[in-house]
Write a protein of this length. Sequence first.
Length: 485
Amino acid sequence: MNAKVIRVLLIEDNPADARLVEEYLSEAPNSSYTLTHVRQLSEALGTPLLEQADVVMLDLTLPDSMGLDTFRAFQREAPGLPVVVFSGLDDRKVAFQAVREGAQDYLVKGQVTPDLQARALHYALVRHRLQRESMRYQADLRASEARFRTMIEQSADAVLIVDRQGTVRFANPSAEVLFGRRIADLQEHPIGFPMIVGVPSELDIAHPKRGDVVAEMRASEIDWEGERANLVLLRDVTVRRRVQVEREGLITELEAKNEALERFTYTVSHDLKSPLVTIGGYAGLLTHHVQAGDVSACESDTAQIQKAVVQMEHLLDDLLHLSRVGHQVHPPEAVSLTEVASEAAGLVAGQLAKHGVQVEIADDLPVVLGDRLRLREVFQNLLDNAAKYSGEQPVPRVEVGVREKGGETVVYVRDNGRGIDARYQERIFNLFERLDADNPGTGVGLALVRQIIEEHRGRVWVESDGEGHGSTFCFTVPSLPREGA
């Protein structure tokens, strides 16, 4: 393939120097040149010659222009052409200055050889090409940085540019929203939190208006304004995290309810089967006694069957009552626990009187927001339970009071009855759990208490030093703020 022909424009007023340039061009190895020669600067400027040249050889001393003005005039007219300037020994400083201002090279008349001239032209073309490529690259880089800046400024995610010293050099408007701080208060300040390039993490942000905000953070290295820096992307995941926590809580709650349902199903099937077995057994005896004509035995069998039927009826009623606790039909209201405890004591007055139980109710029980009737049932069951298990105390007493413990308001029902062994203090709140089979009841009362309290976002437990030391049933329910507090 033939080498490209290099088109040279020579602006030189000395015919001898022009012929020498032409001769050296013809002797140059490995390159082909065409030469166009003019004697004055004006013969080149503003003419098609500039568009037809690849490189220009410019004498700085011309009839119509002198020194640096010659080069500067040419540069203004044709800034895109590579220029090699000619100078004499006495104006070498001017040539140096021309190179500083954009000329590709200079040659000193009288010291030029064919090889030196060829190299000067070759390197002038190469350097000029590299300069143009560099300028295009810089322009592309500036355009790319402008597009990048526009993109991150418009990003819905918060974006920070952080230098190697940990100082924020740039923050976009979304960062202002995420942190609740002005951009001016973010930029040129330390970032204020750790980050690891390439490792996603979560950041807790104390927002001045929104409170706790959670952001997903990613950091990567970039070039920013000619220096290495870190690009930090932060996405607000507060809502997503809250939903996730709520979802996990619902799953945990559902699993617990499923487990409770399994236990409930087993317990119900067991306890409902007991009266059925009794009915079946006495029905068989009744048939036998009828055939034998034993009227007295028939009456006894019938009484046992009726007793079993009543027991099953009570069980079913209590189960139905328990199943309705989670469906609050009464709107929540401000409830004085002193009032509902007194009402409950009135409802079980017969049971209390039967066992001679004295009841003392504090007048400073808290006021809570809840279902009045359900909360009255809590006291009703606890007072009834205290009466049943009052034991052989000569003076059975029940105290309903309140205490503060660990920042919580704890309501308690304390008796001086039989007490509860530590082994049974958790079990007694289970469905159908009874410590004494001889006592009347279905074993649903304390399970009902626990469910009502938990529906009111509280908890219930029992404290007792064991048999003969009485029991204290405690529960918490979020109370309303006291007036003036």
